[in-house]
Design a protein around this ligand. Structure first.
Ligand code: ADP
Length: 307
């Protein structure tokens, strides 16, 4: 069985469905990626690398993950912390704003909670996925532990996938984010960025400029996403362009990139060619954005996937 570890923070999500009534679910970029990967490719072992607390909300979160058949056997428990939480407010114009309570979440302690058994397990994986959000939320003083871990994994033959997923509010400033992202660029075998990441951090937006900017890092494969615009695949000197069919009824773009990443990674781990992986990933992302929330109902997903 192919195995991938996905590292990051899963949070409880609260969304107002009627005045004074909140719907609670769970989300987080790496978790969304894992859910779509596993739904599309049940034969892959999708293992979560995160930390939760010892509280009821953490138990509910893990039960939810297990319901999605994600492997939680390496999830760590913080004795004193609890999961992060966010609240989505939608105004009369449909504009969404997010309020977060995550500064003291258990996931921030992930690196210091990690034990030898988990480290050992990681070295046997085929792939390891993390994002700029995973990187931002771990305690800054623990980041060297992550870099050392990634170097060890690479040495052990584990392939590394990274999505910058730049969120300005999680970083003290853009230069700090850039410095960390460039360390990730040095290490990763597969980069899954959005054009937005480069616009915000480097002020560049076309594929040729982005390719030039990334060339010193010698990343084996780059899949550059750009909303409804075409996808650019770069592997050394090879550059391929894949069209996207713009969705007609976009309801909520949350998780477009995450669902894309999950299906793309799953397809590659299943030995599918790049063109198929991109086609399936883009098709899934196009479906996800036509439904509210990060995680669409599994019946909707299965209906699409089986068609
Ligand atoms: P992110 O969520 O990382 O910002 P993007 O917005 O670039 O990601 O979208 C990721 C993928 O989702 C795109 O490459 C595309 O396949 C799909 N997608 C995004 N927006 C649309 C859209 N309006 N219509 C169809 N597909 C879309």
């Amino acid at each position: 069985m192919s195995q991938i570890f996905l590292m990051g923070e899963c949070m409880a999500e609260l969304q107002e469905v009627a005045p004074g009534h909140l719907r609670q679910s769970f989300a987080g970029d790496f978790y969304n990626t894992a859910v779509y990967l596993k739904r599309a490719f049940p034969h892959i072992d999708a293992c979560l690398l995160t930390a939760v607390g010892n509280d009821k909300l953490s138990d509910a979160m893990l039960a939810h993950c297990e319901q999605e058949r994600l492997d939680c056997s390496s999830v760590l428990r913080s004795p004193e912390r609890i999961p992060g939480l966010y609240w989505i407010n939608t105004d009369a114009e449909g504009e969404r704003t997010f309020t977060y309570w995550r500064d003291n979440s258990a996931a921030r302690q992930l690196m210091s909670l990690m034990d030898e058994a988990v480290r050992e397990r990681l070295t046997h994986a085929d792939w390891f996925f993390f994002s700029g959000i995973s990187l931002a939320v771990i305690e800054p003083q623990d980041r060297p532990i992550l870099w050392a871990l990634l170097a060890d994994l690479k040495h052990a033959g584990v392939k590394i996938a990274f999505d910058p997923n730049y969120r300005a509010r999680l970083w003290p400033d853009a230069d700090v984010a850039k410095q960390h992202f460039e360390q990730a660029f040095e290490l990763c075998d597969l980069l899954l960025p959005g054009v937005d990441d480069f616009i915000q951090l480097y002020g560049v937006k076309d594929a040729a400029q982005i390719r030039a900017l990334l060339s010193p890092f010698h990343i084996a494969e780059v899949v550059l996403k750009n909303g409804p615009a075409e996808i650019c695949y770069i592997a050394g000197d090879l550059v391929e362009i894949y069209p996207v069919t713009p969705a007609t009824n976009v309801v909520d773009t949350t998780s477009a990139g995450d669902s894309f990443n999950g299906v793309f990674l799953g397809a590659r781990l299943s030995g599918r060619p790049v063109a198929t992986a991109i086609e399936w990933a883009a098709g899934t992302a196009g479906l996800v954005i036509q439904h509210p929330g990060a995680i669409i109902p599994s019946e909707v997903f299965n209906h699409f996937w089986e068609a």
